[in-house]
Write a protein that binds this ligand. Structure first.
Ligand SMILES: Cc1cc2nc3c(=O)[nH]c(=O)nc-3n(C[C@H](O)[C@H](O)[C@H](O)COP(=O)(O)OP(=O)(O)OC[C@H]3O[C@@H](n4cnc5c(N)ncnc54)[C@H](O)[C@@H]3O)c2cc1C
Length: 410
């Protein structure tokens, strides 16, 4: 049995690793020229599935924490804080032996997932043809490959999905009415320490009473441990009559300075420590292009030799940090289904393939779509929780905020 994986993102590579562990033959095709071809994003959290995730991958993987730690070279416990409007103290998640919580720098995580995976770069999928004997994928450079099952792990604008549903992404993706302004800044010394003390990895500002929710995170720490790069996302429900994609929308027409002024004005009611990051951000650090969140709900998918995974099937806003998390679960479940198809050569029977893919898609779409809806309603959810004090996820506890010492280890 030979599996063709389209896309070497977090989901596609996780699937490749799970297949490698089980000795199932696979190839990975990626449109980018190499692993540095595109900005991979900032940092993501791995929690609740860490043990299951690690046990699904081969034993020759380097240590996950060490390889991906976005706080290295500082030796700080990973924690993620929530500041609820007007309340004292903060709650959040913290790494512990019973509840592992790992925040990974994304390009390091991607590099880690590439361990011993021979990706075929510069392979941009253009077409898929399937029949009762197998499936052929074709690429822009004129080459092709043949296998038994194709997995589209090719992200939010998935060409595999387009092939399956015969509908362009523009028909299927929904623009979420959430205005997001994004900023980045470098800090050193005491200013950097103060940010780490608010939550070592990141903190959320839950302030619907001021009309926004915000997220502030460390992207990475500088090699000398004396500073680091931070990023933030400032989000408000969009009440304009026009979509954010419209060229006349305020987010499209406003300058970086106007966006920064708007953020600072809206956050003016926060205590000084919580608004400092916005005050310190230089105008060049504010992204002028608007961040447009699109999500996707699919009711069903055709069954055959093509399966979808991750954002290709259930793109969602990043407000709950669930996109990659769901893609990891998809990859683990799909690899179990594929292992089952390999037993007694069931994959040679097209009806067994169809049944396996259908069962995988049913569970994946149900779970993924629930996450899409949760993420879409995150602002309303934050508003409710801010009023009731109810926590966002299980395992949240009061965090002890302690002084941070900027001393690099090793
Ligand atoms: C700002 C931001 C913050 C986020 N934060 C979090 C977080 O904290 N936690 C979390 O769990 N999730 C987070 N997410 C979501 C997460 O990034 C995605 O859900 C996750 O990357 C999906 O993985 P994927 O493998 O499905 O798709 P992707 O990672 O997008 O990978 C798709 C791959 O397919 C390739 N590809 C596309 N077209 C083709 C083609 N024609 N041929 C070949 N290859 C192709 C792409 O180049 C890409 O490498 C965030 C997203 C954003 C935008």
């Amino acid at each position: 049995m030979h599996i063709l994986i389209i896309g070497a993102g977090l989901g596609g590579l996780t699937l490749a690793q799970t297949l490698r562990k089980q000795g199932i033959s696979y190839e990975v095709f990626e449109r980018d020229e190499d692993e540095n071809g595109r900005f991979q994003g900032w940092a993501i959290a791995l929690h609740t599935i860490v043990e299951e995730f690690l046990s699904a991958l081969p034993p020759d993987m380097p240590d996950l924490r060490e390889s991906t730690n976005h706080l290295a070279p500082l030796d700080l416990r990973h924690q993620f804080a929530y500041y609820y409007g007007g309340r004292e103290g903060c709650f959040g998640l913290e790494d512990s032996p019973d509840q592992p919580f790992i925040r990974a720098e994304r390009s390091r995580l991607r590099k880690w997932l590439l361990t011993n995976i021979p990706v075929q770069w510069s392979k941009s999928l253009t077409d898929i043809e399937q029949d009762d004997e197998g499936v052929t994928v074709r690429f822009k450079d004129g080459s092709s490959a043949r296998g038994d099952i194709v997995v589209g792990a090719d992200g939010v604008h998935s060409p595999t999905r387009q092939h399956l549903l015969k509908r362009p992404s523009s028909d299927l993706l929904h623009v979420v009415p959430l205005m997001a302004i994004v900023g980045e800044l470098d800090l050193t010394g005491d200013a950097f320490k103060r940010q780490l003390e608010l939550g070592h990895c990141a903190y959320n500002l839950i302030n619907p009473e001021l009309g926004f929710i915000g997220f502030v995170g460390v992207h990475y720490v500088f090699p000398d441990g004396q500073g680091g790069r931070l990023y933030w996302m400032f989000m408000q429900p969009d009440t304009a009559d026009i979509e954010i994609t419209d060229a006349t929308h305020w987010l499209q027409t406003s300058s970086a300075q106007e966006k920064l002024d708007h953020v600072r004005k809206t956050a003016a009611g926060l205590p000084p420590s919580l608004r400092e990051v916005f005050e310190l951000t230089p105008v060049e650090g504010v992204r002028k292009e608007p961040h447009i969140w699109r999500d996707l709900e699919l009711e069903s998918l055709p069954t055959g030799r093509v399966a979808l995974l991750g954002d290709a099937a259930h793109a969602m806003t990043p407000s709950r940090g669930e996109g990659a998390f769901q893609a990891f679960i998809d990859a683990m479940k799909l690899s179990r289904m594929l292992a089952e198809l390999r037993t007694e050569d069931k994959f040679k029977d097209i009806n067994a393939v169809k049944a396996g893919v259908a069962e995988y898609h049913d569970e994946m779409l149900q779970r993924g779509t629930a996450a899409v809806r949760r993420s879409r309603s995150s602002y309303q959810d934050a508003k409710k929780r801010s009023e009731t004090g109810e926590h966002f996820t299980s395992g949240m506890k009061r965090l002890a905020i302690e002084p941070v010492v900027l001393a690099a280890t090793g």
